[in-house]
Ligand binder design. Structure first.
Ligand code: AMP
Length: 282
């Protein structure tokens, strides 16, 4: 595995592969790898593609009071894990390379960016869309792999790719969870033992709603009420949002008809966690 930190060198490598007729899979990350990241790499690796993984804690997607400075980092460990997954290039650009002085171009994906995490984190998806478009231009992937863990992010990137005619297929992959159900996240390392226990209420709440839906409940308000009661039961948890949304548009739905996505974000102590599940209607 090669580690490339220069954006020009990354672009040259991708161009050379393409000239040889290779297909390229790409997994953008912020590092501190866990099994969720590795599952995306394994998917990308399939069918003999070249595999590029980027590791970049993107300043443009963090708000001024967010955890950019204390976001967990361990390049040596990440490089070992990526190499073991058969990654060809670990791309580790610097912030100065990605956003040199005088940088002034940003990508805004409209409505999909506004609700949910976009409402709680103004400018977040503008930063995400911008960096992902830049990374696509550097890694030149045929396929880009994202986790459904960040479901709104996945939809925002798919919309950007469609709207801007990007020659890349944006694939979403299922959430990888701990045995007890907690969605893996680099931010789980922030949690104390008590917070880790309380954090389980996110998936338990989502599952409570899914159980009501399986029992025939179709009213969004009843499903949301079932989830809310579980999520907010712990005094360590403060709900940010909980919504039942159309899986494509992410607009709230009032009645479950086809499939919908139930999405939540909550503060567990000082850590903001997100999770979501698919809820099947009729
Ligand atoms: P991050 O490093 O947190 O920016 O995540 C990089 C990619 O990994 C994103 O596409 C995430 O959605 C995905 N990801 C993060 N956690 C998980 C998980 N538990 N299961 C599957 N994918 C994940």
């Amino acid at each position: 595995m090669e580690i490339i930190s220069d954006s020009g060198a990354m672009q040259e490598q991708a161009r050379a592969w393409r000239t040889e007729g290779r297909t390229i899979a790409f997994v953008p990350t912020m590092g501190y790898f866990h099994q969720g990241h590795l599952s995306l790499m394994r998917y990308g690796r399939e069918q003999g593609r070249r595999l590029v993984v980027s590791l970049f804690v993107n300043p443009a997607q963090f708000g001024p009071s967010e955890d950019l400075d204390r976001y967990p980092r361990d390049l040596e460990r990440d490089a070992g894990l990526a190499a073991a997954e058969g990654v060809d290039v670990l791309f580790t650009p610097t912030a100065g390379d990605m956003y040199p002085s005088g940088y002034q171009t940003y990508v805004e994906v409209g409505e999909l960016s506004r609700g949910l995490c976009g409402a709680s984190r103004p400018g977040h998806f503008r930063g995400v869309a911008t960096v992902v478009l830049k990374l696509f231009n550097l890694a030149a992937p045929d396929v880009a792999v994202f986790g459904e863990k960040d479901y709104q992010q996945l939809r925002v990137i798919q919309q950007m790719a469609a709207d801007l005619n990007l020659p890349v297929r944006v694939v979403g992959r299922p959430i990888v969870r701990e045995p007890d159900g907690l969605a893996l996240s680099s931010r789980n390392t922030y949690l104390s033992i008590e917070e880790r226990r309380a954090a389980l209420s996110l998936i338990q709440g989502l599952n409570a709603a899914a159980a009501r839906a399986a029992g025939g409940e179709r009213r969004a308000e009843a499903l949301l009420g079932a989830a809310r009661a579980v999520i907010t039961a712990s005094p360590l948890v403060r709900l940010d949002y909980l919504e039942l949304a159309d899986p494509d548009t992410l607009k709230p739905v009032e009645r479950l008809q086809g499939a919908a996505r139930l999405l939540t974000a909550a503060w567990v102590g000082a850590t903001r966690l997100i999770d979501n599940i698919l809820i099947e209607g009729d």
